[in-house]
Design a protein around this ligand. Structure first.
Ligand code: FAD
Length: 396
């Protein structure tokens, strides 16, 4: 009798864990290997909106996990509803630019969401993938600790800097490289001064914030500031990044300027250039090695599409797996190849569309032509349902 199928998933975050749930549901063994030593090994965190992929997420998750999603929201009081919007505001004048429709959106706190997804899965930490090799009907993953795992399929859900992508493009390594956008980003998760916190929250009742009491000084905010610059700043150190952020806010109006001015010194800050990878078709070695999530399509985040597309990847693979005539290596490989034909053009389109959107958002002359204003938060070219929640200050 043939051995049961086994899938190796690299990366234990949204894309990898959702993939593992799909295999668990259909009775195929899947192991998730994660390089970090624990879920909290990296201090960086954020929250994300799901604007159009809610129905696809529901297809993937069990009823129990779906029911728990509302407890992962940034604002525990927020109830999904048809009228929720993400307000776009002119930071210099305070004038509303547009309310972006975000019906039934979800705004999830990333850490509790990942914790929820890890439940019941075979997740192994401190397992950094070092090398991949393929044999007939199978793939062997070698980890930096010297151990190996064999399977019938390896899925690289290992993020924007994917080592699996590097393996798939080893004949033309430049094709796997992340590209640098002309946009810099500074991100903080922080409390604010009581007055600024209350004023920010008042901007819109469906602006989702994490609240831990009725005192605005205890609420936490995800602050994201981005600007166009071809030059790197070379900024290092939390307070230097904070000082730079404040200096960029000098002509913003209330409460934006005040909110940045009241971020406490010593707050952990992240500063980076936004990068992207417009998907290129890869040689999956006959359906043995593939990619999902940011590894398959990294994109700038202004329209919040990265997680939505990771969810779509998983839902699409689930559909192809559902069409397998039997649980054999050949049928699995066929399902993977069919999945890739959906993913490749979509990944390229969304990465490029989101780059163009990000560039236009930072140029007053073209802001009204940006996808953010013309298409809102919908899937590019398709209006579906969709969300809000973080304070985004773009400075054209
Ligand atoms: C500030 C911010 C706001 C965002 N807002 C939104 C939003 O509102 N809506 C939205 O849809 N998207 C949003 N995104 C994008 C979204 O967060 C990403 O698209 C999504 O998290 C990608 O998940 P992933 O599982 O593909 O990759 P990742 O989360 O990057 O996970 C990859 C995992 O692989 C592991 N790994 C890497 N290399 C190895 C290796 N060699 N061996 C083993 N493990 C490895 C990593 O440690 C990591 O755990 C936002 C992103 C940011 C930064």
């Amino acid at each position: 009798m043939a051995s049961p199928l086994r899938v190796l998933i690299i990366g234990a975050r949204s894309a990898g864990l959702l993939m593992a749930h799909v295999f668990k549901k259909i009775g195929i063994s899947a192991t998730v290997s994660e390089q970090d030593s624990s879920p909290t090994a990296r201090p960086r965190d954020w929250n994300f909106g799901i604007y159009w992929a809610q129905a696809r997420l529901e297809e993937i998750l069990t009823p129990e996990l779906n029911a728990a999603l509302d407890t992962m929201q940034t604002d525990p009081a927020y109830k999904r509803h048809a009228g929720s919007v993400l307000p776009l505001i002119n930071g210099k004048t305070g004038e509303p630019l547009k309310d972006l429709g975000a019906p039934y959106c979800l705004r999830l706190r990333r850490r509790p969401w990942l914790e929820l997804l890890r439940g019941g899965l075979d997740v192994r930490f401190s397992k950094r993938l070092a090398h991949i090799s393929t044999v007939e009907d199978g793939v062997i993953a070698t980890f930096t600790d010297g151990t190996t795992e064999s399977g019938n399929l390896l899925i690289g859900a290992d993020g924007a800097h994917s080592i699996v992508r590097q393996y798939l493009f080893q004949e033309s390594p430049q094709d796997a490289l992340l590209l640098k956008s002309p946009i810099l980003a500074t991100v903080a998760i922080t409390t604010l001064d009581r007055g600024a916190a209350a004023a920010i929250r008042k901007l819109n009742p469906t602006f989702h914030m994490t609240l831990d009491s009725n005192d605005p000084a205890n609420w936490t905010f995800l602050i994201v500031a981005t600007w166009h610059s071809e030059e790197d700043t070379g900024l290092q150190g939390d307070d230097a990044i904070l000082d730079d952020l404040r200096s960029r806010a000098h002509d913003l109006t209330f409460p934006f300027k005040e909110s940045l001015a009241t971020i406490p010194r010593g707050t952990k800050m992240w500063h980076t250039r936004m990068d992207y990878w417009p998907t290129k078709p890869w040689d999956s070695r006959g359906g043995l090695v593939t990619l999902a999530g940011d590894a398959a399509h990294s994109m700038t985040f202004h329209r919040g599409q990265g997680l939505g597309n990771a969810i779509r990847d998983v839902a699409e693979l689930q559909s192809r797996l559902g069409a397998m005539a039997s649980n054999t290596p050949a049928e699995l490989a066929k399902a993977v190849q069919a999945y890739e034909t959906d993913l490749w053009p979509r990944g390229y389109d969304v990465a490029m569309a989101n780059l163009e959107n990000s560039i236009r958002l930072h140029d007053w002359d073209s802001v009204t032509k940006s996808l953010m204003l013309t298409e809102g938060l919908s899937r590019v070219g398709e209006r579906m349902h969709g969300a809000s929640g973080q304070a985004v200050f773009g400075t054209p």
